[in-house]
Design a protein around this ligand. Sequence first.
Ligand code: GAP
Length: 602
Amino acid sequence: MSGDALAELAVRRGFFFGSNGAYGGTAGFYTFGPQGAALKRNVEDAWRDRFTIREGNREIEGPTVMPEAVFEASGHLEGFDDMLVECPECGASHRADHLVEDATAIADAEALPGGEVEELIRDNEIACPACGTPLAGEPVEAFNLMFATDIGPGDGQPGYLRPETAQGIFVEFPRLKEYARGSLPFGITQIGPAYRNEISPRGGLLRLREFTQAELEQFIDPEEDEPPLDRVRDVAVRLYPATEQEADDGGYLDTTVGEAVDAGVVGSPWVGYYLGVAQEWYERVGVDPDRFRFRQHLAGERAHYAADCWDAESEVDGDWIEIAGFAYRGDYDLSKHDEYGDDAFTVFKRYDEPKTVERATVDPDMSVLGPEFGGDAAAVADALEALAGRDPGAFDGETVSVEIGDEETGDPRTVAVDADVANFSVEEVTESGEHITPHVVEPSFGVGRTVQTLLAHAYREDEVDGEARTYLSLDPAVAPQDAAVFPLVTNDERLTELADEVADDLRAAGLAVAHDDSGSIGRRYRRQDEVGTPFCVTVDRDGIEREGPDTVTVRERDSAAQVRIPVAELADELAALCSGGSFAAVEAEYGAVDAGVETAGN
Ligand code: GAP
């Protein structure tokens, strides 16, 4: 199926479409229509169920606007850039690395320095895709992807729309660790919008300026905590390690999670664990395993915070797209916030037994330091204290040198202090534990890209009763609607009333149900097939005139097979089918009917 066919279906059937069409449209922003919003919500609920509830994690919901200081600490202000080149003729903006990748065999131009990308543009005679003007000689600039804003009126505080939901979890760590009673490991999730001012948004939901992420930050003690790897040890995964990508004849490694971790192909058991959980989850919601793989980042490709990273990738319209990332972030984030923030981004790790240790300390004589260093005396005392912990041998000589920031200019300067004035000593102390900075393992999912993958992988074309049809073979767990109810004809009051009652009963049982009485029954089936409704219920005369309880026909989308089920049992049967029950078993219980209602009706 082509991307165009999916885009056309997405608009026509109310999955998603470009936003603000009445005002010319705004590139990079999409609105989910009724079917798309329901599908997206079901994907989010399925993710929440698997990654929050079943893992015993906790979910939070933080603000989308955060102050500049957060992004100074996280490194986004400094380094969250893409390479921008602008056309001198038409003014169009382009991702310079993407232009190079499209025009050459280079797969990872993002990892190259800007100057090298400029040379590649020149040497490969790359032209503006919009108007054909050569881009040789145009500067490639770093463009920060964050949307800036002001918090409050006037000279309010500078702020940014969050570029990842993760930072909303990291900055609240000091409080979140208390809810976890200070004990590792624990995981916090967040599902919500993230914003990136992408240079060239493209591909429907694939590269947007506002999109939804579902992220899990797993906080661990790297020395002690092990994941429950046995739960996913036998899960089959298709890996594409960096070494295979770099080899001339490299290929996939079809293996299991356990083998990949044991062999060190996946370095962190925690990352391996979540690859296994994700593999099972993606298959559960309907990703085709034959069009899915985990690809390891090449060294130059990794984000500034990641020590190792694997992407979940799906094949859509002939291209591999990243739908999730699994990064080992180490202590990068918490250390940075510890350094910049006012709270402690550490946890206290209690020893099994108290330990007696030697601790070097100083007790500087301030009556000497004060007159000698004036306003800098306290800074000198602090620097001596820090040096004692770091390098006790520095106090062996007659003088000790420490670096302080000058009180007036802030510039660093080195000062010498008489060793006797420092009053250096080594004491024995008993410690019950230590403060450690947890490491972070982060599975980070793009919800829109998952939605687009599910649609692409569920798209089918076949023939029913000699007629071509298009349908979405969506799993009932995520399909926008569980069922649709039709009266076979609309000019029969008993049928229309019963159809209304049946729809109400099913809704009361918690099912998402559409009601459709417009056009022939065949057309109504086609409409539901195209939005992936797994079951259609038709209320017909036969079902109310025959002996015994009232019955309706239930048609299963993919096979177009039908069974006749008593109305009184319908809600339970459909609820079971939507929770993964087998239609063949229902057919065996009630007996298949021929597809007579497929073409009948008004
Ligand atoms: N906290 C880690 C992080 O944000 P990322 O790889 O930049 O990592 C995670 O993003 C996921 O978010 C991606 O795998 C992708 O599915 C989705 N994503 C990222 N940028 C996107 C964009 N501009 N439009 C749609 N989805 C995007």
